[in-house]
Ligand binder design. Structure first.
Ligand SMILES: Cc1cc2nc3c(=O)[nH]c(=O)nc-3n(C[C@H](O)[C@H](O)[C@H](O)COP(=O)(O)O)c2cc1C
Length: 337
């Protein structure tokens, strides 16, 4: 019998899984901005999990709700990794069937899995049997020449037949021969209509749309057509967007924090992570865009990037970066924030 587990309401807004970005430090920071969004881990290979690289899975309770994204193509290994991950307490387990990097392709997982939808289904079923939290899939609308409407519908149908109730669709295909992962995030055109079509064809399936969405207004528009919206690069470029999510997307009545309040919360977090032995630039690199579009942001950014990696750098770097911006504003008589 297929398991039917409750999906988290946090799926309405999620921060995309991003290798070298969405690690535990990033997620602890993201939580200062938004308590309600769904966060994802970076993609973690099932093999790494099975081989006991537990440090990759460790997280702090404040990061929840959080989805563990696994990469792999062997149902048994994915099931074993999902079980270990679920034991750590992740909210859901997600299968990556959309990443186009060479490394991932040579391991025969990620986007290349779209060429064998039945294998995706086998992986999902094995993972579902192994855990008691929802198993979801993140994929694209097509791969190489397989990019017709029929292909997308068949792919999603095959996934849905496993009992999987939530599919995240990056609204562009992956072109595996000739495009780098970065190009694969810009060159294949976005096709949101295709995602809406999938939602109409599978009204009971939760569909999250992803790709090229950069503002809260755009998120709200998308939510008229689909169940969830996932943002990736926009959060790297402008993390302040996240601070609007709880009130504007989840209806929270708590006041929205200002950039300055967030900065001071981040200072406290920087002190904590330094005490844990983690270099503070692991945190601060995510704050370079905090004052984007504010007067003097360039000075803040420059100070931070020049000082955060220095030996012994501590939380004060953030305060000094902020001061370099506000002092310049005072000199110019511009007190805007
Ligand atoms: C630096 C970086 C790393 C990424 N790593 C992953 C990953 O580990 N797993 C995954 O499914 N997608 C990964 N992606 C793709 C994003 O999750 C997302 O699908 C893509 O960036 C499109 O969304 P966006 O336009 O909002 O950025 C990555 C994207 C970036 C920019």
């Amino acid at each position: 019998m297929q398991k039917q587990f409750e999906l988290s309401g946090a799926m309405r807004f999620s921060v995309a899984p991003m290798v070298d970005v969405t690690d535990s430090v990033f997620r602890r920071l993201a939580r200062l901005f938004s308590k309600k969004s769904m966060l994802y881990t970076e993609m973690i290979a099932a093999d790494a999990v099975i081989h006991g690289k537990n440090y990759l899975l460790e997280f702090h309770d404040e990061e929840l709700p959080c989805v563990l994204q696994l990469g792999g193509s062997d149902p048994k290994k994915l099931a074993a990794a999902a079980k270990i991950g679920a034991g750590f307490g992740y909210t859901e387990i997600n299968l990556n069937a959309g990443c186009p990097s060479d490394k991932v392709q040579s391991g025969n997982f990620g986007a290349v899995l779209m060429k064998t939808p039945d294998l995706i289904a086998d992986c999902v079923k094995a993972m579902q049997d192994a855990v008691s939290v929802p198993v979801t899939v993140k994929t694209r609308i097509g791969v190489d020449e397989d990019d017709s409407v029929d292909f997308t519908l068949k792919l999603v149908e095959t996934i849905a037949a496993t009992g999987c109730r939530h599919v995240i669709l990056h609204a562009r295909k992956a072109w595996l021969n000739g495009l780098s992962p970065k190009e694969n995030r810009t060159i294949p055109p976005l096709d949101y209509e295709r995602v809406y079509l999938v939602k109409s064809a599978f009204p009971n399936l939760r569909i999250t749309i992803n790709g090229g969405i950069t503002t809260i207004d755009a998120v709200k528009d998308q939510l008229k057509r689909v169940d969830g919206v996932m943002l990736g690069r926009a959060i790297i470029d402008n993390p302040f967007i996240l601070s609007k999510v709880d009130s504007e997307i989840f209806g929270s009545i708590e006041p929205m924090p200002s950039r300055e309040e967030l900065l001071y919360k981040a200072v406290d977090l920087a002190a904590k992570i330094k005490a844990e032995g983690i270099p503070v630039h692991h945190l601060m690199r995510h704050l370079l865009g905090l004052f984007n579009s504010c007067p003097g942001a360039r000075l803040y950014r420059r100070y931070l990037s020049e000082h955060m990696t220095q030996l012994g750098a501590g939380p004060d770097v953030l305060i000094k970066a902020y001061k370099s911006m506000t002092d310049a504003r005072k000199q110019e008589g511009n007190y805007g924030n």
